[in-house]
Every structure is written in structure tokens, then in C-alpha cells.
Design a protein around this ligand. Structure first.
Ligand SMILES: [Zn+2]
Length: 229
């Protein structure tokens, strides 16, 4: 629950909105009439339901109206028109609400993470395939030696050696090419996650961290914006 206490700033007669130990001033000097008191009303923000409630403070002294009706306490929509005091000072509700640190959805990041994981797996699988191929070449060479040691199988040995030689050459070529490709793919993947796995508020990179843990942590490590699914 975040509480915003709203009233006239005594020094400047701007609108003063206090939340926690911080405050923010809205409008220009003298823009808030004296009929708005220093602690005129309060807006409560419930993060769980993402909803606002407005409460008039000091009933009898202050008046708060929502859409033209005087209220004591009322659920608030962002599009409501709120006026304070006898002069009908119009509260800049949209600006005030924009200043509230509301939880933001990180749902789009799940697809980014899954995409990243899948691409990473593909790169690794390719490297594994090449390793298997390299192993097969070695086995073939050994088979050729064993077959060649059996009397009368010299011609088979020659064929197997030739096949092994061609395979070795092919694998050396593929690996050579692949080192480049792998480095490039890994770089691209790295750029991809750094450019897309970002806090929706401050746009900073959240780290190579499973989406589940991003949700579990529940907030941005930099701007502390709360995350919701
Ligand atoms: Zn952030």
C-alpha cells in the first residue's frame, strides 16, 4: 500500500504530494488556492489490486469532490475529475498517478528468455554433433587398423583409411568454419539478451537469469520497480 498525502505547499502554493519520506511538487507557484489545505486529501494505492482510493482529510474543514460529487472516501479511476476546496481546484490526477511507483508486467520477458535458451541450446547441440563426428572419425581409423591387421583384408583397410581421411578432412574444415560461426552466433545471442531482457521501467539489463527467478525476485535490482507476471 502506498499513501499519497496531497495538499498545498506552504512556501510556494504549488501542489505538494508526499509519499513515504519523499515529496513532489506539481504546478506553478501560487497555482493552488488557499482553500486547499496543507493536508487536504489522501490517495491510497493498493499494488495487489492496482487500484486507487481517495479520502478527504479533516472532514468539516476540507472538501473533496470526485466528478462533481462531494465524497469522504471513494475508489478512484484514472479518468475521474477531482476538485479540492471551495475554489474547485482541479487536481492533476494523471500526473500524480504517473509518479506512483506501480508494479509493471514483465510478461514479454518470458518469450525473450525462452528464445534465448533455445538458441543457446542449438549452438551447444551443434558443437556436440561435431564432437560426435570427431569421435566417429577416430573410431573408424582404429577399425581400419584392426581390419588391416587381419590377413587378406589389406584392401578393406585401404578403403577404410581413405574414408577416414576424407572424414577427418571434412571435420577439420567444418570445425574451422564452425569456430567462426559459433563465436558469431554466441555474440549475436549475447547482444540479443542484452538488448531485450530489460527492466520495463528503467530499461536496464536484468542479467542472464532464468525468467522464473526474475519473477521470484519481484523487483528491478536497479530502480526497484515491482514486477508482476
Ligand atoms: Zn528498473
Amino acid at each position: 500500500m502506498i499513501q499519497l498525502t496531497i495538499g498545498r505547499d506552504q512556501e510556494t502554493s504549488k501542489l505538494r504530494v508526499v509519499f513515504g519520506k519523499q515529496f513532489k511538487l506539481f504546478g506553478t507557484d501560487g497555482s493552488v488556492p488557499l482553500s486547499v489545505s496543507r493536508q487536504h486529501c489522501r490517495i491510497d494505492y493498493d499494488a495487489d489490486s492496482d487500484s486507487f482510493t481517495i479520502t478527504n482529510l479533516k472532514p468539516g474543514e476540507n472538501t473533496t469532490s470526485v466528478n462533481g460529487l462531494t465524497i469522504q472516501s471513494k475508489a478512484l479511476k484514472e479518468t475521474d475529475s477531482v476538485t479540492l476546496g471551495a475554489d474547485g481546484y482541479c487536481l492533476p490526477l494523471a500526473d500524480i498517478i504517473a509518479a506512483v511507483p506501480r508494479p509493471m508486467s514483465v510478461a514479454p520477458l518470458e518469450a525473450v528468455w525462452n528464445d534465448y535458451k533455445e538458441r543457446k541450446l542449438r549452438i551447444e547441440r551443434r558443437a556436440q554433433m561435431l564432437n560426435v563426428g570427431r569421435g566417429a572419425t577416430g573410431i573408424l581409423t582404429m577399425v581400419a587398423m584392426i581390419v588391416g591387421s587381419i590377413p587378406g583384408m589389406e584392401s578393406a583397410r585401404l578403403v577404410l583409411y581413405c574414408v577416414a581421411a576424407v572424414l577427418v578432412a571434412a571435420f577439420i574444415y567444418l570445425m574451422y568454419r564452425d569456430v567462426d560461426k559459433k563465436t558469431r552466433q554466441q555474440q549475436e545471442l549475447n547482444d540479443y539478451i542484452h538488448d531485450n531482457y530489460l527492466c520495463p521501467k528503467c530499461k536496464r539489463f536484468l542479467g542472464v537469469k532464468d525468467f522464473r527467478f526474475v519473477l521470484q525476485d519481484g523487483e528491478c535490482p536497479y530502480c526497484h520497480t515491482k514486477f508482476k507476471p
